[in-house]
Design a protein around this ligand. Structure first.
Ligand SMILES: NC(=O)c1ccc[n+]([C@@H]2O[C@H](COP(=O)([O-])OP(=O)(O)OC[C@H]3O[C@@H](n4cnc5c(N)ncnc54)[C@H](O)[C@@H]3O)[C@@H](O)[C@H]2O)c1
Length: 284
């Protein structure tokens, strides 16, 4: 296994591409939006500089590392000769379906297909192409270079060989793994969506300010981040898409809070747009 293509250069795709190249894989990062691709390239360059400043990357490795990246807006160019594709486009089933159909057309027959989906069934994604035994969910966490876990979720038809190879790759990327059977939202997204949604319900009910609710959860329940801080980091649109999927699949308990819907309608998506529950300075 030598080369990886990452589809979608947003918050997650750029982080996955960075850890893949750092682990020695030739890495093709693709985004159909040129502006997003450019931002990803800048963000990756900054991560490399920070890595050098912290002594995690030696200066003489920098050139070699940068040479491992190809940035492109063409899915075809990115996947024609890779061993693994990791899809990280927004959490919309129709979009993922289109992307998987494209991957099936252009990727080599032996190539494994992994999705960084937070909620969607890898069995369903396996049905979008002709290689369900080679299709799996490989769920990274944000920020990818700092978070230790990859939640691996096998679909009904995913082969043991695919599971073993994906686990080995995740470990080569420096990650711990858990291997789950599929169920909507897996373990982490299901729990995180509920907590995040409940916090929006509390805000809507006037229980307290976002700062007070976050502080209560951090200091009272010993969470490292408050639910609003985490929601802004994840992206409130991503959080809403996850909840919509869980609501459709698992029922009323997951109905998105109207206030969350309103924030997304207003374009308050979190750190990536400079404003979510809190205000930020956008650097890239
Ligand atoms: N944000 C998180 O914290 C987080 C954590 C774990 C998993 N995820 C999952 O990762 C996936 C991506 O989420 P994100 O937060 O990085 O989203 P994002 O909106 O930050 O980025 C998605 C990128 O995909 C690009 N894109 C859209 N259509 C495309 C196409 N057809 N081909 C190539 N690129 C395309 C967009 O231009 C955008 O740059 C989702 O499935 C999400 O549920 C997100």
């Amino acid at each position: 296994m030598e080369s990886i293509a990452v589809i979608g250069a947003g918050i997650m795709g750029r982080g996955i591409a960075y850890v893949a190249a750092k682990a020695g894989f030739d890495t093709n990062l693709v985004d159909t939006n040129a502006a997003s691709l450019y931002q990803a390239e800048t963000a990756i360059r900054e991560l490399i500089q920070k890595g050098i400043a912290r002594g995690k990357i030696m200066e003489h490795e920098q050139k070699q590392l940068q040479h491992r990246f190809t940035f492109t807006t063409s899915v075809e160019e990115a996947v024609t000769s890779v061993d693994l594709v990791i899809e990280a486009v927004p959490e919309k089933r129709e979009l993922k379906k289109q992307v998987f159909e494209q991957l099936e057309r252009y990727a080599p027959k032996a190539c494994l297909f992994a999705s960084n989906t937070s909620t969607i069934s890898p069995t369903e994604m396996g049905s979008y192409g002709n290689r369900p035994e080679k299709t799996i969910a490989m769920h990274f966490f944000n920020p990818v270079h700092q978070m230790k876990l990859v939640e691996i979720v096998r679909g009904l038809e995913t082969s043991d060989d695919t599971v073993a190879r994906i686990k080995a790759i995740a470990e080569k990327l420096g990650k711990e793994t858990v291997i789950m059977n599929e169920f909507p939202g897996f373990v982490t997204s299901r729990m995180s969506a509920l907590i995040g949604n409940e916090a929006f319900c509390m805000l809507q009910e006037g229980l307290g300010t976002p700062e007070e609710i976050d502080k209560a959860i951090k200091l009272g329940l010993n969470f490292p981040m408050g639910p609003f801080e985490l929601g802004d980091l994840v992206g409130l649109d991503t959080r809403l898409n996850n909840l919509r999927y869980l609501h459709e699949k698992l029922g009323e308990k997951y109905r998105p809070a109207p206030l969350l819907e309103q924030y997304v309608q207003a374009g308050r998506l979190g750190r990536k747009t400079g404003k979510g529950v809190y205000n930020y300075t956008v650097t890239t």
